[in-house]
Design a protein around this ligand. Structure first.
Ligand SMILES: [Zn+2]
Length: 460
């Protein structure tokens, strides 16, 4: 731990009154003797001091052990730093249910902090996000209960624990971890990106977790400190990303209702940056990704203002992004689906805030795709009516239709297949004449002959 004198004379920290520091330290000594609600560092320490690797280790283990919070916290070690420190991963959800109440899969949110060891306030924002949901659960906060019932939060608070303890940007090999990812690695004028993509154990472990545990996340936020800003892709190029509608919607909604924090693409007005976790998260994993940068100009160790109020506005933005994660992808919903002689007429809504551009209807039978329509797109929060040619479609009495589409426009985004509810599927009069109750005997006979290729479960 730094001494008071060490902090005051350290040029890294901004000038503030020594008396205030001493006042807070006095409070620390008094407070540490009092009982705690949740068994971890006393809040007075957490609220006025940055985490070291040691204090973070105490806190995450306390959450995992405390009977009030252990039921919602899985604590994992998902790798080691180059110096062998653990990469602690918190998995936070209401684990009493594997799915949402309606049986569908829970939403997945991925958050990391501490790529740069000297950007402590950003690391604290990752800590506060975990704390908000973990301790909110213990306090029976209804917003938190609702989120954890439907959502899994995966939070790696401190990626560069070695650099954090040395108060340096780099890891122990003097590599900038946020230039070490395998997305256009080392293709920008950049310093210290490492000897190759994922040459460092920290970035390799982080990408491994993304690929193996949370590949279907619909939000990834990576936390830093610098200029107060939120950056969406790309860092590599000045052009807007394919999913600009999603990012612009979030920007406008945050500005209208929550915060004036600038939100823009990472390259614009800054400088090209390559091999970042943000560009990897979007360009390779297909996640909607933000770099969330806190401003370190207004807070320093030992100041009177608690961290949670200093970062209160940032937490409001995080709560918004997490509460609304359901919307951060395309969500196709079929209003009507009419099978006619040579076409399918489909009317589909997109309930999400992301567009999708390569959707198809597929006919599935015997577990295989028997037919695929031409592609169509549905813009974010829009409606599309299309007529799909079915000349090569052969239906049977056991098959069904499904939608097959990408969650977002970016090539890397996940494909989903969703069955089209049977109650919206209709066979048109032209196709179904023979099945009408008052059809003539001749038409009925004809219909029996055609039933093998036209029969639909709905129709029986
Ligand atoms: Zn940074």
């Amino acid at each position: 731990m730094l001494t008071v004198q060490g902090i005051i004379s350290n040029p890294h920290y901004h000038t503030y009154g020594a008396m205030r520091v001493i006042a807070v330290l006095t409070v620390l000594l008094v407070a540490s003797a009092s009982p705690m609600v949740v068994a971890q560092q006393p809040d007075i320490v957490q609220e006025h001091w940055y985490h070291s690797y040691a204090t973070l280790t105490i806190d995450v283990n306390a959450w995992a052990d405390d009977p009030e919070t252990s039921e919602i916290v899985n604590l994992l070690v998902v790798g080691q730093t180059e110096l062998g420190r653990n990469l602690w991963m918190l998995q936070i959800s209401d684990w009493s249910a594997e799915t949402k109440p309606d049986g569908s899969a829970k939403e997945i949110v991925y958050i990391d902090g501490g790529h740069h060891g000297n950007e402590h306030l950003g690391t604290e924002l990752a800590f506060l996000t975990a704390e908000y949901y973990i301790e909110g659960w213990a306090a029976e906060d209804q917003e938190v209960i609702d989120v954890l019932r439907t959502t899994e939060l995966h939070i790696l608070i401190m990626l560069n624990a070695d650099g954090n303890d040395f108060d340096t940007r780099w890891n122990v090999n003097q590599v900038d971890l946020n230039r070490n990812y395998d997305h256009y690695w080392n293709t920008c004028p950049t310093t210290q990106p490492g000897s190759s993509a994922f040459s460092e154990s920290e970035t390799e472990a982080n990408a491994n977790y993304m690929n193996t545990v949370v590949p279907d996340a619909d939000l990834y936020v990576t936390m830093h400190t610098g200029v107060w800003i939120m950056l969406y892709p790309w860092g590599k190029w000045p052009e807007q990303p394919s999913d600009w509608e999603l990012f612009h919607f979030i920007r406008d909604d945050v500005h209208a209702n929550i915060s004036d924090i600038p939100i823009q693409n990472a390259n614009q007005g800054l400088y090209p940056n390559c091999g970042t976790s943000r560009d990897y998260g979007y360009g390779v994993m297909g996640f909607p990704t933000f770099t969330f940068e806190t401003d370190d100009e207004q807070w320093a160790l030992g100041t009177v203002e608690p961290l949670s109020s200093r970062l209160g506005e940032e937490m409001d933005v995080m709560r918004y992004l997490i509460t609304n994660v359901w919307y951060w992808r395309a969500r196709l919903s079929v209003n009507s689906f009419v099978v006619e002689d040579s076409t399918i007429a489909i009317d589909v809504d997109n309930l999400g805030r992301a567009s999708t551009s390569n959707a198809t209807v597929r006919y599935i039978d015997d577990g295989d795709v028997q037919w695929t329509s031409e592609t169509f797109g549905v813009n974010a929060t829009n409606n599309t009516q299309v007529s799909l040619d079915t000349s090569n479609l052969t239906m049977s009495d056991t098959g069904h239709f499904e939608l097959y589409y990408q969650k977002r426009v970016i090539d890397a985004s996940l494909w989903v297949n969703e069955s089209i509810p049977e109650d919206v599927v209709e066979i048109s009069d032209a196709k179904s004449t023979g099945f009408l109750p008052f059809a003539s005997p001749i038409l009925s006979i004809l219909a029996i002959g055609l039933a093998g290729i036209r029969k639909n479960e709905d129709f029986e």
